[in-house]
Design a binder for this molecule. Sequence first.
Ligand code: TYC
Length: 102
Amino acid sequence: MATRQREDTVLETRRVKVKPPPMFKVVLLNDDYTPMDFVVAVLQKFFLLSRERATQVMLKVHREGSGVCGLYPRDVAATKVEQVKSYAKQHLHPLQCVMEEN
Ligand code: TYC
């Protein structure tokens, strides 16, 4: 009986849908006190932007209130946010950074 059942077994091939991981924007927020050159340095150091690109992003944040530094998987984005906040705090600047699901 067991043998018969095994012979009758059909293994179906099933399409396994693998979704790309959710991605998160790391967003820098404007404030009135953090020096512009410090923000540019942060964007170069933690987001590997060129000085030119970092200056553009900093000015966007300064004028519009916020700006995207980069797009990363959840754990990478969370690490960047903590690195920026900790570095700003060490330097006594109120610079804030958040992550948002894309
Ligand atoms: N607004 C700041 C100033 O005038 C500059 C600044 C830019 C601060 C971007 C934070 O995320 C920021 N010194």
